[in-house]
Design a protein around this ligand. Structure first.
Ligand code: ADP
Ligand code: MG
Length: 339
């Protein structure tokens, strides 16, 4: 008798959830990235008890149509890519079609959505992967996801969660970075009714830097804007005297996506060279844009890591751009400037 069986969808989704939904901030990430992909200009995030009790993400984007709501929760269901070819030129933050199915497998999810301004839309409730309700409902244009009792049916994972403060730290760190990457979107973040962040969404990155890092920091950064054959680089970098003890002070965005990149960070550090004391890092908020075929985001489920097909050229461009800027500000004594 054959002993190998294809797992049923419920179990498959729970297994996938283990990868995609590591902790509350992973849910926030997936929901907010979906809101960004939906073309939203306003995204409101509310969390309770570090997100373990409740996560709500409300957007004013495209909404999800009647025929799509149930499908959105299917595994490998996405409106963002169609063919294998699309995978090599990703233009959206999402593309795996796994997030909603994974989140719904390990939480109680309520979504209210409408694709127009009629005031009418629909509401779907899904718990542990099982649809409970799907009915017409009042809704503004856009989508509101509410995720309650994350990991309620996976006690082992729940036990692994850290303190509310730690989970909240991951969430706020994530929202800060998304706000920095999208200055044209108005973000709010609230935790247990405390407002933690509010950005205006007027496209001015400096204002977001002020909201995230404080006005003092925003006043002492230098603007970066440069172009190369294949790349565009834009953002702000801190003066060398304004260093931080944590590598996290360096935020990199690639085509709008927050990424962790060792080579890009190294390019920054090389540009600052001897200007930085040991184990101190500059504050940088930099966005690199390139044709989507030049960057592979399909490296890891959380999509935090990317690979560049022209990494050496990109790093060289970043290094020389920042070095010139630091030089121009006469912050590097000419003679000591690295070649
Ligand atoms: P992916 O983002 O990889 O496509 P998800 O599971 O995150 O997969 O979402 C599935 C689909 O649901 C998306 O492709 C999109 O069509 C739809 N969707 C999810 N969230 C939103 C939203 N906030 N606004 C509009 N559509 C959404
Ligand atoms: Mg998604």
């Amino acid at each position: 008798m054959a002993v190998i069986k294809i797992l049923d969808e419920h179990i498959a989704n729970q297994i996938a959830a283990g990868e995609v939904v590591e902790r509350p901030s992973s849910v926030v990430k997936e929901l907010v990235e979906n809101a960004i992909d939906a073309g939203s200009t306003r995204i409101d995030v509310t969390v309770e008890e570090g997100g373990l009790q409740l996560i709500r993400v409300k957007d004013n984007g495209s909404g999800i149509g009647d025929d799509d709501v149930e499908n959105a929760f299917q595994r490998h269901a996405t409106s963002k890519i169609l063919t294998g070819k699309d995978l090599f030129a990703i233009r959206s933050l999402g593309f795996r079609g796994e997030a909603l199915a994974s989140i719904a497998a390990v939480a109680k999810v309520d979504v209210v959505t409408s694709t127009d301004g009629s005031g009418l839309g629909r509401r779907l409730v899904i718990e542990g992967g099982t649809i409970k309700t799907f009915e017409p409902a009042q809704s503004m244009q856009g989508t509101e996801f509410t995720v309650r009792e994350l990991f309620y049916n996976t006690p082992a994972r729940l036990k692994y969660m850290k303190t509310i403060q730690t989970e909240l730290g991951h969430i706020s760190d994530l929202i800060y970075r998304l706000a920095l990457s999208y200055p044209s979107i108005a973000f709010t973040l609230k935790h247990n009714d405390n407002a933690l962040l509010q950005t205006i969404g007027n496209g001015d990155l400096l204002q977001v830097i002020a909201a995230v890092y404080g006005v003092h920091t925003a006043k002492s950064v230098m603007k970066v804007k440069a172009e190369h054959l294949d790349f565009e680089l834009e953002g702000y970098i801190g003066k060398p005297e304004m260093t931080r003890s944590n590598r996290n002070a360096m935020s990199w965005f690639v085509n709008g996506r927050y990424v962790r990149s060792f080579p890009l960070n190294q390019a920054v550090l090389r540009a600052y060279h001897t200007l930085l004391p040991i184990n101190r890092f500059p504050m940088v908020v930099l966005q690199a844009r390139m044709h989507p075929t030049l960057v592979d985001v399909n490296v890891h489920p959380a999509k935090l890591e990317v690979r560049f097909s022209k990494e050496a050229e990109l790093c060289e461009f970043i290094g020389s751009t920042l070095q010139q800027l630091l030089l121009k500000q006469q912050l590097i004594p000419q003679a000591a400037a690295p070649k």
